[in-house]
Design a binder for this molecule. Structure first.
Ligand code: ADP
Ligand code: ZN
Ligand code: MG
Length: 485
């Protein structure tokens, strides 16, 4: 958890999130949008280079993905939308303006559902609009002095901006909002949402106010956060910085600050620009768009089940806890894996426990698709456990193998000689041996030191090379110890 906000104070946070859309081509030309995979400056044409006289053409798929995003967020899809020119000068902006949407965004309003502190929440969405990405500009130091490199591959890649209402109140809440938003974008195939590749970028607006204050304080915009962790750290730092300034009698200046991940501080970059600084005007080279109700409906029909609906289904129909349901439904591949596994094994709670416990730990940073385990093999593992054929320790060894090289749970159990022994006479014999060999522990147990029981169970399990059914061992051992011989 990030630092708590001091009592008497409230933080107000609103996120502006940019996501690159998963189109094949760029927003206004036919260059490939696979900018990162290609050698620098090989995905360029007169349009995205901004050469005079070159004319843009709208990418229909980008409009469709933006509408999908709007529908997923419960936005109203505009029946009239248009592009505007946002004018500013920067070396990575090839045309000297960015084609964006200002007055007539494609999607207006909506709410994002997410889970925070185990509770269902929603936060308002102001708008979702479509624009184009800029080129990539990097500063270098060379022998002859400093120089800059420009890679135009990224210029013109379609970007959506999702502007959120200032409804968030804590750094970790902002992080969970962003996580849920990324989950939705991935569910609907709108974006990879990869923050480390820059496909998902987040600016956080932060202000603070005293509890009794009814108006919002002056906000500061933070940029350059490239992980979920850095979003909550940057917001937490900024809240602390602003409160300290106000408590010392100062006031907050509206500005843009950058997050320095290494030092863990926000640093002043520039004073805030206002809309009039951009001299917006309607893009004269593009027609306005009127998405038909039929088209919007077609897109709506093709939407997959979204995370919030899945979460509800898991709780209401499968009886999972809200916590388990949220973990399972956050990522589409994970949820689909779960859905496929419970087709083959009716113990949904058992499948959920493995997926949210051992499996998640074994995957670490990998996605479930990068691991060798299949839904069917997890289902058969749960069945082996439920049927008492392997014990928990053995099942843990099996799931490790399933993750590494896949295969069939029953076959792996067989290969390893895992067969859980529930046979009472075999277990009884091992119990007698453990009791005979450890008189001190038996005496301890009878003198009321119940930990001695665990030690004796361990001895029995060891003698049976881990194959005994622990439930049977526990039951027989307690029965045996309660007898005085
Ligand atoms: P601007 O005119 O500076 O672009 P907007 O009102 O359009 O400001 O808001 C931009 C973003 O800042 C939105 O995500 C919004 O939720 C957030 N925001 C607005 N006011 C505040 C505030 N006082 N504190 C924190 N965030 C805010
Ligand atoms: Zn191009
Ligand atoms: Mg604004």
């Amino acid at each position: 958890m990030t630092d708590a906000i001091p009592t008497g104070w409230e933080a107000v946070i609103g996120l502006e999130v940019h996501a690159q859309l998963l189109t094949r081509g760029k927003m206004f030309c036919r260059c490939g949008a696979d900018y990162a995979a290609a050698a620098p400056n090989t995905r360029v044409c007169p349009v995205c280079l901004g050469l005079p006289g070159a004319l843009p053409v709208i990418n229909r798929k980008a409009i469709e993905l933006t509408i999908r995003t709007g529908l997923a967020l419960g936005s109203e899809i505009a029946d009239f939308t248009r592009f505007d020119r946002k004018n500013y000068f920067y070396p990575d902006l090839m045309k000297g303006y960015q084609i964006s949407q200002y007055e007539f965004p494609l999607c207006v309003g909506g709410r994002l559902p997410f889970v925070f502190g185990g509770e269902d929440r929603t936060a308002g969405i102001t708008r979702v609009h479509l624009e184009e990405d800029t080129a990539k500009h990097s500063d270098r130091d060379g022998e002859g002095g400093a120089f800059s490199l420009i890679d135009v591959n990224r210029a013109g890649v379609p970007l959506i901006e999702i502007v959120g209402e200032p409804d968030l109140r804590a750094p970790d809440e902002a992080r969970e909002y962003l996580r849920a938003l990324r989950g939705i974008l991935r569910y609907i195939g709108a974006s990879t949402g990869n923050m480390d590749e820059g496909a998902l970028r987040c600016d956080a607006n932060v202000s603070v106010r005293r509890h009794e204050q009814s108006t919002y304080g002056t906000k500061v915009e933070i940029k350059n956060m490239n992980s979920f962790r850095s979003v909550s750290s940057a917001v937490a730092f900024e809240i602390g910085r602003q409160i300290a300034i106000i408590e010392a009698g100062g006031s907050i200046t509206q500005e843009t600050r950058g997050w320095d991940d290494t030092r863990g501080v926000t640093v002043g970059q520039r004073s805030k620009e206002y809309a009039h600084d951009y001299r917006y005007f309607p893009e004269p080279d593009l027609p306005p768009i009127r998405p038909s109700a039929t088209w919007v409906n077609e897109i709506r029909q093709a939407m997959p089940e979204l995370p919030a609906a899945r979460r509800r289904r898991y709780v209401q129909e499968l009886g999972l806890s809200p916590y388990d349901a949220a973990l399972l439904s956050g990522e589409r591949e994970y949820a689909e894996f779960f859905d496929a596994a419970i087709q083959e094994c009716s113990n949904a709670k058992g499948v959920a426990n493995w997926m949210n416990g051992d499996l998640r730990r074994l995957l670490g940073e990998r996605t479930i698709e990068e691991s060798a385990i299949s839904p069917g093999s997890l289902a058969s593992l749960v069945k082996l456990v439920d049927g008492g054929e392997v014990n928990r320790g053995q099942a843990q060894a099996i799931i490790e193998v399933l993750c590494q090289r896949g295969g069939d749970a029953a076959e792996i159990a067989h290969e390893r000689g895992f067969r859980q022994v529930s046979d009472e006479s075999a277990i009884g014999a091992a119990i007698e041996a453990a009791i005979a060999g450890n008189p001190k522990s038996v005496a301890d147990f009878r003198a009321g030191r119940s930990q001695a029981m665990g030690f004796l169970v361990g001895q029995v399990m060891k003698a049976m090379r881990g194959h005994a059914n622990p439930a049977v061992v526990n039951r027989l051992l307690s029965e045996r110890l309660s007898r005085s011989d």
